[in-house]
Write a protein that binds this ligand. Structure first.
Ligand code: FAD
Length: 398
């Protein structure tokens, strides 16, 4: 089933396509197609293009695009399809909305324009050893000393901390109340003395996550967001936004298409893989699931456009749960198709060899890293089990 947009939505889509074609550097696009990493400078340039008409999802007064949820959806879809998907840390997507919703005027003036212009890279300091799913158990302590908080403790799994200028942290400011009621939300300059980053190497070979240690780190009290001990409310708001953006339909579509293109180049067991029934059944099963999640996402977008109270849709958990599972299925499909071609006996370029089947299809080497990284999709932004708990409570009323 093809879903049709209204005339003005189609016009908007054409404008977005034009914006990307005219402004995203060719080299950036090529690297994204090939699954190669962009430099921080390339990402900043790309982010400025994506923010040219304002930050999607933000209100106009803070430098946002002021778009409807449907326009945002179309924008995201085009960005993923181009592809021009990039994130300059977690500024625009996560901490920005917290600052303009709960922050002080000083914080709004200081931080929001720098996020819009991709000048500050932010990272997320929520998880700790012993506090992931059970986030309210965080132990990193902030004790007020005059006009500063003194922070001691450790964060873990901090994505992009090595590039970040700022980290937004959940810290414990009261130990004698219920754990959710003693948490505050602090903005911390990564260059503050006493803050140390240690890299964590992932199984796909990438260096993306870190441990972050705080020893007597002094943070001005003006960097407290909202009220002291109300950080859990702001964290829940932030996590709801994070899950809503996590269905990953665009990248999964691209991955399935790539698996199909590659299957057309793979000759196995006497026929082209793309023509084999077992392979076609596998692809169809994933595509049906993907279409279902796409429709669910559109339904959530439509509901969001009618939602006036700013409350969050628990459908975000359904999108995260199913989206991450389908992402993994697509990564496995890609691995099934070209995994064997990553072996050394396959050459990158066509040779004079009589057996052309020994030529490595484009991108074969990337299949394993993509597969390994996809294993994390059902863990980060709240694991699948946690999403099921939320769905049971908020949707099924159990
Ligand atoms: C690649 C990657 C990047 C990340 N980036 C960041 C980041 O930038 N910033 C940040 O703060 N965090 C980040 N995280 C951390 C992520 O949010 C946590 O890993 C996640 O919340 C799970 O927490 P945990 O690792 O402590 O596992 P645990 O909470 O210890 O869970 C272990 C297992 O037990 C299950 N489980 C736990 N509680 C329940 C329950 N109540 N009911 C049923 N099952 C349960 C979980 O589903 C899981 O399978 C990242 C993680 C990864 C893998």
């Amino acid at each position: 089933m093809d879903l049709a947009f209204m005339e003005e939505e189609r016009t908007f889509r054409d404008e977005v396509r034009q914006l990307l074609r005219d402004n995203i550097p060719l080299e950036t696009r090529r690297k994204l197609v090939e699954g190669r990493q962009l430099s921080k400078a390339e990402i900043a340039v790309g982010m400025r293009v994506l923010h040219k008409r304002g930050v999607p999802g933000w209100p106009k007064e803070y430098g946002g695009a002021g778009w409807s949820p449907i326009q945002q959806y179309i924008f995201e879809e085009e960005v993923q399809a181009f592809p021009a998907q990039m994130t300059f840390g977690f500024g625009a997507s996560l901490v920005g909305p917290v600052i303009y919703t709960f922050g002080s005027e000083i914080q709004k003036n200081r931080f929001l324009p720098r996020i819009v212009n991709a000048e500050d890279w932010w990272c997320q300091g929520f998880s700790e050893p012993g506090a992931g799913s059970d986030l309210a158990s965080i132990k990193t302590r902030a004790v007020q000393d005059g006009d500063h908080y003194v922070v001691n403790g450790q964060k873990t799994w901090t994505t992009g901390a090595q590039h970040a200028d700022w980290i937004f942290c959940l810290v414990r400011t009261n130990t004698s109340v219920k754990k959710q009621e003693g948490i505050s939300f602090l903005l911390i300059d990564m260059n503050t003395p006493g803050l140390v980053i240690r890299p964590v190497k992932l199984i796909d070979g990438s260096y993306e996550v870190n441990e972050v240690f705080f020893t007597d780190v002094r943070v001005p009290v003006v960097n407290l967001v909202g009220e002291e001990n109300k950080g859990w409310t702001y964290a829940k708001f932030l996590l709801g936004n994070e899950r809503f953006g996590d269905a990953g339909v665009g990248p999964t579509k691209e991955r399935i298409q790539r698996a199909k293109d590659l299957a057309a180049q793979c000759y196995v067991g006497g026929s082209w893989l793309i023509d084999q029934t077992a392979f076609r059944e596998k692809v169809a099963a994933i595509e049906v699931e993907l279409k279902a999640i796409e429709i669910t996402q559109l339904r959530a977008v439509f509901n969001a456009s009618r939602r006036q109270d700013g409350s969050q849709d628990p459908a975000g958990s359904v999108l995260k749960l199913k989206g991450s599972e389908i992402e993994q299925a697509a990564a496995l499909l890609l691995m099934d198709v070209i995994g064997p071609y990553s072996l050394r006996e396959y050459s990158e370029q066509p040779t004079d060899s009589a057996d052309q089947r020994l030529v490595r299809p484009d991108g074969a080497r990337l299949a394993a890293p993509i597969y390994f990284f996809s294993r994390a999709a059902t863990i980060y932004s709240g694991s699948s089990e946690i999403q099921k708990n939320i769905i049971a409570r908020a949707i099924l009323g159990l």
